[in-house]
Design a protein around this ligand. Structure first.
Ligand SMILES: NC(=O)c1ccc[n+]([C@@H]2O[C@H](COP(=O)([O-])OP(=O)(O)OC[C@H]3O[C@@H](n4cnc5c(N)ncnc54)[C@H](O)[C@@H]3O)[C@@H](O)[C@H]2O)c1
Length: 333
């Protein structure tokens, strides 16, 4: 199949970026967009030479070959189901649902209808994370004595978004939980989390923390530390360090790293730090949409995140949120 007609629902922060990517992806001939705000859908469609549908039903009736879901998290379950029921492949932004309990019926629905669904954990398409996985699986690092994951935004998104995000671990660190599982091939069995609020008090007001740390124990005893913040003035900082018995490797250490060396005379990194996730993962977002287009065209062998893997990462995020709430370590179920 070529000259695909893709549908996209939700054109907010990430949906607009996906829309731009989709119209420039080889193999895609047409894009039709829907949003709960039809004027917004029309405006984005006009800007990109795409079409707008008045609502999701009209989008699904427009003869689309695949559906991309980029709405707020709460609507992912109903939209994933709608795409599966329409018999087309679905690529949904993470997560499958706000938490694991709400995810399980979606997994069941997908399985019962043999649906083809992938979830947007774009780091699996990022060259650095891919190299880290290759090196670890090839044995170049030996056994891991420390895994350190960092995901920091420069400044928080609107508090209205945070109020619906499910918390810092579910919104941000879930990407780290996914790649830790993906790279090591291990499950996280226990999480102990702490958080802090030294930024805008409104974030605490909606029940979230602005910075947090989780100590994760993997099923072979390996320890991983996952940190996140909404207030990283140095830039958008996403890194993963794997320290092993044979070697150490760091993802995200390049000229654009959002840090500076304290050592006299060391000029590295000398470039301009990233400021947004869109910049940091531009290549990965393009690669994941290209992989989804391949999937819609029937090309086998993609390594996009499956719904089951995405829910496994969400289970770690749920445990981290619960640990944050109780102050005690939580087993991952
Ligand atoms: N993979 C990543 O790096 C990454 C980054 C940011 C956001 N996300 C995920 O993407 C999703 C969207 O985040 P965002 O920041 O773009 O949100 P947003 O609020 O900026 O945009 C959401 C858009 O969806 C529309 N919408 C909401 N419910 C709808 C429905 N039922 N039907 C049609 N349209 C609907 C809204 O009108 C809005 O235009 C979230 O689930 C978030 O977790 C992923």
């Amino acid at each position: 199949m070529s000259d695909l007609h893709l549908g996209l629902v939700g054109v907010g922060r990430i949906g607009v970026m996906h829309a731009r990517t989709i119209v420039s992806t080889p193999g895609v001939d047409r894009l039709t967009i829907a949003d709960v705000d039809p004027d917004r859908a029309r405006q984005v469609a006009d800007d990109l030479g795409a079409s707008a549908a008045r609502d999701v039903d009209a989008l699904l009736a427009a003869g689309i070959d695949g559906l991309v879901v980029a709405t707020g998290t709460a609507s992912h379950p109903e939209l994933i189901r709608a795409g599966v029921d329409a018999g087309i492949p679905v690529f949904s932004e993470k997560p499958v649902a706000p938490d694991v309990v709400l995810s399980m019926p979606v997994l069941k629905h997908i399985a019962e209808r043999s649906g083809t669904v992938r979830i947007g954990h774009q780091r699996r398409c990022d060259p650095g994370y891919r190299e880290a996985r290759r090196a670890y699986l090839a044995g170049e690092l030996g056994w891991l004595h420390a895994v350190r994951a960092v995901t920091c935004d420069v400044s928080p998104p609107p508090v209205a978004f945070l109020a619906t995000s499910g918390g810092l671990f579910r919104d941000v660190s879930v990407h780290d939980f996914d790649v830790i599982r993906w790279i090591t091939g291990r499950d996280v069995v226990e999480v102990y989390a702490r958080g802090s609020n030294n930024g805008d008090p409104a974030i605490a007001g909606v029940g979230d923390v602005d910075s947090a740390l989780a100590v994760c124990t993997l099923d072979d005893g390996t320890l991983a530390v996952v940190t996140a913040s909404r207030y990283n003035g140095a830039g958008h900082d996403v890194r993963l360090e794997l320290q092993g018995s044979l070697g150490t490797l760091q993802v995200g250490l390049d000229d654009s790293s959002a840090l500076r060396s304290a050592e006299p005379g060391v000029a590295f990194p000398g470039g301009t730090p990233h400021t947004t996730f869109a910049e940091r993962f531009a290549e990965a977002y393009r690669a994941e949409i290209a992989a989804f287009v391949d999937l819609v065209q029937g090309v086998a062998g993609d390594d996009l995140c499956t719904p089951a893997d995405a829910v496994a990462a969400s289970a770690v995020a749920d445990a981290a949120q619960e640990s944050l709430r109780t102050g005690a370590p939580v087993r991952v179920s």
